[in-house]
Structures are given as structure tokens and as C-alpha cells.
Design a protein. Structure first.
Length: 553
């Protein structure tokens, strides 16, 4: 027999102490299967342990000297082998059939053996059923958490709706915020243990209330369960499983819930709404229920997304500029301006940036908008130079998405050259939180832009997660204090001490400091006395159209 004959065939282990029985079964099965033998129970277990991955079926005689077939079955069951290999028992005793099936056997063949066609049919059927079952299991469950897979979950939930039309069900989305940071800080293995603990907590909820659950993606879980008003219990139950792994400050579970008592929406759309509610918590822990206001916002957002392309083409986005003043001398002097975007929608009127910018960040459109603002700003710096005879450097916002876009450095270099500007006339504002994502790569890219001559401003300093140690590595020329620092400053109060600390840090880093959100004379005087370099805010000017900048020159 050639060695390659059974390359894609199934292998059957025949276990029988009688040689004539082994030969008889081999004669029936060998044309279709590869056959290996064991003469007793001990040899059978040894073969299964060594070659289990290759064996498709075991034909097991029950009456053998030494280990009986029943003992082999029990041992295979205790070692978890019956979940990997089906067993058909060989017996001449009718009473043994029920016992063997209860012990985990897939089927039985009676002695004296039936016709070869019956034996082949039963063997083929057992192998096919087992392989189908394993295939279903592989697609039915998430390997890490043993919860349902997403596709199986959605199908199961849809079928439940059809069979229980009267039930009121909640679509619940559970998410662990900033899970990627947990993986980076403590390792993927620890992250997996957190996900497993969340799944254990979800199972406890299901046991108490009924329902089904799946791990939908990396750190997000879907639960479909009977309606309950006490939603806080959900996160409390899961957090109880996490307390052995995480400190309370590290437990960042958030939950979004959507209840559709009328079943007016497909199951997928209900979970989309629960997920939307969950995302509104924006990195905070807690529970939020989808409301009619959210539905209105969903329609509003859809409108904005649909109109984005035409808004770019028709220049509905207007770039305005907020002046920045150097206050280190006797008189404040205009030193630069920040470019900000506003949307004048033909149907909706003025749309606030805090409504459309996060939306475009979530939907991958923010880089297109930013590039539009960058081009308009570069042209404006050129116009001021030509019309007013002075350079007013402009700082533009560069999001974390922009930094990771490979075309960003070349795009900025192109618009600088097209408008005959110096890179030092075109500042780049990068939020502090951007530096915490892929830290080394961000620093490499920012260094490249700085080497080309751009001034780098760290925006919203104090609102992100950078450590003092990280600051020493960060390439920057200007620190912009988050407006939250400025809002409540008074001489000698806690907020002022924080401002003084930022000023000391900047001095050591040889960086200038911009105070954002300055609105009053008192704030201006306090910051000037403290040694702040530059001020931006309504005290001097709100963001204005470019034509109004001439009054400050």
C-alpha cells in the first residue's frame, strides 16, 4: 500500500482483543478509511493520547481483558477526549447499549456484525455528524470568553424575537474604555484575563435574568435580556468580577441600553442604538439609556454626514482666526492667530464645531476637513503678507488621526511652498492626548515637521495623560494651557498654583506658554504678573473673519 494513499482520508482506530474481529472490520472499512489497531484498552488510550489529532473515530469493543471498553470510555471522558473524537462501541449485549451511550458513546454496532453496508453507513454518519458539530461549535462561540460569536448571537436573538413576540427585551452594549492602554501597560495576557472576567460577570447576569450574550469585538460585549429598570446592577455585577484584577480607578466599564417594546427596529439596529448611547459617555464609566433626543441627534448627524462632501465643495466651512497676543512687554502685541472652523449650513444655519468635529473624527472625515482648513489658512497668511505688509503666523490643529495619516507631512510642505511661506510662519497645534497614542511614532513624525522649521504647540495641556517624564521626550516649542486651568484662577488659589507649575515646567523645557480662554482683566493681570508669555481669549477678541484682523495689526 502506498504511503500517500490516506493523505486526505479519515483514520479509524479499531480496539478489539480478538484478531479475527479486527481483521473483519478492517476488510469492510479499509477501502474507504485508514485503519490503525489496538489490542486492549491500555494500548487504545496510549494511541489516542499520541495520535488523537489524526483519529476521526474509535471503534471500541466493550468486553476486553484488562481495561474494559467502559473504562476506556470513562477515561476518555474524564480527559476531555470524547469532545475531540467520537466513539462507536462494539457489543453483543443489548443491555450495554444504553450504558455506553450514557457514558458518551456516539453510536453502537452489535455483534455479530450487520452487513458491511450498514457498518459503513453508521461509521460515515458518526464522523460526519461529529465534524459538523465541531464546525458549528467553532463558529458559535468566541474562543477567549466562550460567549456566543457575533453572527450566531444576532441570528439567535432574531429567532428569539420571532418565537416570543410579546417579550420586552433590552439591547445592552458593554464596553471597557481605553482597553488598548490596559493592554499596552500590563500586557495582552492580562488584558485577556480582564475580558474573561467581564464575560464571567455577564454569565452571572444571564443566570439571574435570562438572555444571551456575545463578545462583539475586542473590548465590546452585546447582551440581549429581558427588560429591567435597574441598569446599574449590570455594571456592578461585572465590576464585582473585576475587583480582583483591577483597582477601582482602573475599572472603566460603560453601558449603553436600548429598549424597543414595539419591536419596530431590526435587532442589528437596536444594538447600533445601544452602542451609540454607550459611545456618548466618551471615555467615562457609567450607564446611559438611548432616548428620543439621541434619535433626533442620530438623524441630525446623518444629515451632516450626507452634506459633508457638498459643504467642502461649496466652501460652507468658514475659517476664522482668534488672535494671540504677546504680553511680556509693556503693551500686548499681536503675535499670531489660531485657525478655527465654522460651518454655515444652508438649511441648518450655524452648526457648532463641537457637534460636527467629533462626528467627523468618528467617521474618518476629519482629515479631509483639516486639510481644507490648512489650505485656507496658508492662503490667508499669504494674503495678509501681501495686503497688510506683515506676517501673522497661524497655528492649525493637527489631530491624532492627521498625524497617523502618511500624507500629512508632504501635504503641509506642499501648501507652504505653493503660498511661498516660511515653515516658521505656519505653526502646528497637536493635542496633548495625541502623544500618548503610539508615542514613539508620533514623536518621530513631529520631530520631522519641527526639523522642517514648523513651530510645534502642545494644545490642551493638562487635559490629557502625559507624564512629566514623557514631556522631556516631546518635541515642542509652545505649551497651550487648557482653558480649564484659567477659568477659576485667583491670586494664591489652587488653580493659580497649577498655572505657576506649568510656567515652571515650560521654562525648564525652554518653551513659551499660551493661556487659552482668558476673558477678564483680572485673569490678564494675574497671568502677566506670573510670567505667562501669550494670551488668547475673549478678553482681546473672539474668533473673527480674516478681514477684521487688520484692526489688530
Amino acid at each position: 500500500m502506498k504511503a500517500g494513499k490516506y493523505l486526505f482520508d479519515h483514520t479509524i482506530l479499531v480496539v478489539d482483543d480478538e484478531a479475527v474481529n479486527r481483521e473483519m472490520l478492517a476488510a469492510i472499512l479499509e477501502p474507504s478509511y485508514k485503519i490503525i489497531f489496538a489490542k486492549n484498552g491500555e494500548e487504545a488510550l496510549e494511541t489516542v493520547e499520541k495520535q488523537g489529532n489524526l483519529i476521526s473515530l474509535v471503534l471500541l469493543d466493550l468486553l476486553m481483558p484488562g481495561l474494559s471498553g467502559f473504562e476506556v470510555l470513562e477515561t476518555m471522558k474524564s480527559r476531555g477526549l470524547l469532545s475531540k473524537i467520537p466513539v462507536i462501541v462494539l457489543t453483543s449485549e443489548k443491555s450495554a447499549e444504553i450504558k455506553s451511550l450514557k457514558s458518551g458513546a456516539a453510536d453502537f454496532l452489535t455483534k455479530p456484525y450487520d452487513s458491511p453496508e450498514v457498518i459503513l453507513a453508521r461509521v460515515s454518519h458518526a464522523i460526519e455528524l461529529f465534524e459538523d458539530s465541531r464546525l458549528i461549535n467553532a463558529t458559535e462561540f468566541d474562543k477567549l470568553t466562550s460567549l456566543y460569536s457575533p453572527d450566531f448571537f444576532i441570528e439567535y436573538a432574531s429567532q428569539y424575537d420571532e418565537r416570543h413576540p410579546e417579550s420586552i427585551m433590552d439591547a445592552v452594549v458593554i464596553n471597557f474604555t481605553r482597553f488598548h492602554l490596559l493592554n499596552e501597560l500590563k500586557g495582552r495576557k492580562f488584558g485577556d484575563s480582564v475580558l474573561t472576567a467581564i464575560a464571567d460577570g455577564i454569565r452571572k447576569i444571564l443566570l439571574a435574568h435570562g438572555g444571551i450574550a456575545c463578545r462583539y469585538d475586542a473590548d465590546t460585549f452585546y447582551i440581549y435580556l429581558p427588560h429591567d429598570e435597574n441598569y446599574e446592577k449590570l455594571t456592578e455585577t461585572i465590576n464585582s468580577r473585576l475587583c480582583d484584577l483591577l483597582k477601582s480607578s482602573e475599572m472603566r466599564l460603560r453601558a449603553g441600553i436600548y429598549t424597543d417594546s414595539s419591536r419596530s427596529l431590526p435587532i442589528v439596529q437596536r444594538f447600533d442604538r445601544a452602542r451609540q448611547a454607550c459611545s456618548l459617555l466618551r471615555g467615562k464609566k457609567g450607564v446611559i439609556v438611548y432616548s428620543s433626543e439621541m434619535a433626533e441627534k442620530e438623524v441630525f448627524n446623518a444629515h451632516l454626514l450626507e452634506d459633508f462632501e457638498s459643504a467642502i465643495k461649496q466652501k460652507q466651512f468658514k475659517v476664522v482666526y482668534q488672535p494671540k497676543f504677546n504680553i511680556t512687554g509693556l503693551k500686548p502685541i499681536l503675535c499670531s492667530a489660531e485657525a478655527l472652523v465654522r460651518w454655515e449650513h444652508p438649511a441648518l444655519g450655524f452648526v457648532r464645531p463641537d457637534l460636527f468635529i467629533p462626528l467627523f473624527e468618528e467617521n474618518g472625515l476629519v482629515t479631509i476637513l483639516d486639510q481644507y482648513v490648512w489650505e485656507e489658512s496658508a492662503r490667508q497668511v499669504r494674503r495678509w503678507k501681501d495686503e497688510l505688509g506683515v506676517t501673522i503666523p497661524v497655528s492649525v490643529n493637527v489631530s491624532r488621526v492627521d498625524i497617523n495619516a502618511p500624507e500629512t507631512p508632504d501635504f503641509i510642505e506642499r501648501i507652504i511652498k505653493e503660498n511661498n511661506l516660511l515653515p516658521s510662519e505656519y505653526h502646528l497645534e497637536i493635542t496633548e492626548s495625541a502623544y500618548t497614542d503610539n508615542h514613539d511614532k508620533i514623536i518621530e513624525i513631529v520631530n520631522r515637521m519641527r526639523e522642517r522649521g514648523h513651530k510645534i504647540e502642545m494644545d490642551d495641556f493638562g487635559s490629557g495623560y502625559s507624564s512629566l517624564n514623557m514631556l522631556t521626550d516631546m518635541p515642542l516649542d509652545v505649551i497651550k494651557m487648557d482653558k480649564g486651568f484659567i477659568r477659576n484662577i485667583q491670586r494664591e488659589n489652587k488653580d493659580m498654583r497649577l498655572v505657576e507649575l506649568v510656567l515652571d515646567i515650560a521654562k525648564n523645557l525652554k518653551a513659551l506658554v499660551v493661556a487659552e480662554g482668558v476673558e477678564t482683566e483680572e485673569q490678564y493681570q494675574i497671568l502677566k504678573e506670573a510670567g505667562c508669555d501669550i494670551i488668547q481669549g475673549y478678553y482681546f477678541s473672539k474668533p473673527i473673519p480674516p478681514a477684521e484682523m487688520s484692526r489688530f495689526v
